[in-house]
Design a protein around this ligand. Sequence first.
Ligand SMILES: Cc1cc2nc3c(=O)[nH]c(=O)nc-3n(C[C@H](O)[C@H](O)[C@H](O)COP(=O)(O)O)c2cc1C
Length: 279
Amino acid sequence: MAGSKLLSVAPMMDVTDVQFRHLARLLSRHTWLYTEMVVDQTIRHNPVTDRFLWYPPEQHPIACQLGGSNPSTLREAAQIVAQYGYDEVNLNCGCPSDRVAGAGCFGAALMLQPEAVANCMAALREATDVAVTVKCRLGVDQADSYEELCNFIKIVSEGSDVRHFIIHARKCLLKGLSPHQNRTIPPLRYGWIHALIRDFPDLEFSLNGGVKTCEDVRSILDYRSPEGRGVRSVMVGRAAYDNPWNMLGKADTMIFGAESNPAANRRQVMRSLHDVHGT
Ligand SMILES: Cc1cc2nc3c(=O)[nH]c(=O)nc-3n(C[C@H](O)[C@H](O)[C@H](O)COP(=O)(O)O)c2cc1C
């Protein structure tokens, strides 16, 4: 189903820049791409926003991920983002890094303040016509029960237009674990995402975390609950840059039902990259 959002490459700082996305697009025409997180203040204070926000048109479908926690600065940043024609604006509520989480309240720390997230998302909605989505964890620190996750989803969805949550299916600890450990040590709980799908039938959920192969993506997408519902899409992070060819090279046919994949072999991809970057 070309055009559907079934698979995406996760926002990754220092990875999913415009060049990496160029490679991803050579491998898959249909996979959604995300920018690195762009902090709202960076956009507001920088006279040359092209440096963070420009992309070539073939990178559609593409989402811009914002970082921030102040509705009015997020609104201003999203007004600038809107001029670039992104297909979705996403708010980072899952990043545990000290660099981010320590600078005021944003990233995963926002999960502790669902009302504030609802206000941020309402502000983003005012600035853009495209879908506004939240990327979050299962929980943060001691706020890690399924009930607390439901409370977060309920407050954010009732207080804003958010209908789609992308969930990294593990909790995070703001202190004591490095960002890398926060992506490996807390256990993955895919079952919680299926429980959310059951408990919030009007919302959509995408699953992120630990997905390694295109075959895994296919089986997660195919899984149906007893009510006949499943995830909206799968988001892959590390597997897409550890092994872009295996993860994305056959995604168009395996995931999107396209007749062919854009790249016949790795050499062809290398040649295309050389044509763009070579001297
Ligand atoms: C190098 C790196 C940078 C990341 N930067 C971001 C980011 O900017 N925003 C975000 O929401 N998540 C970020 N993440 C988390 C990923 O988006 C994703 O949620 C996480 O890696 C789990 O997915 P995976 O197991 O498929 O890698 C980053 C992850 C990595 C490895």
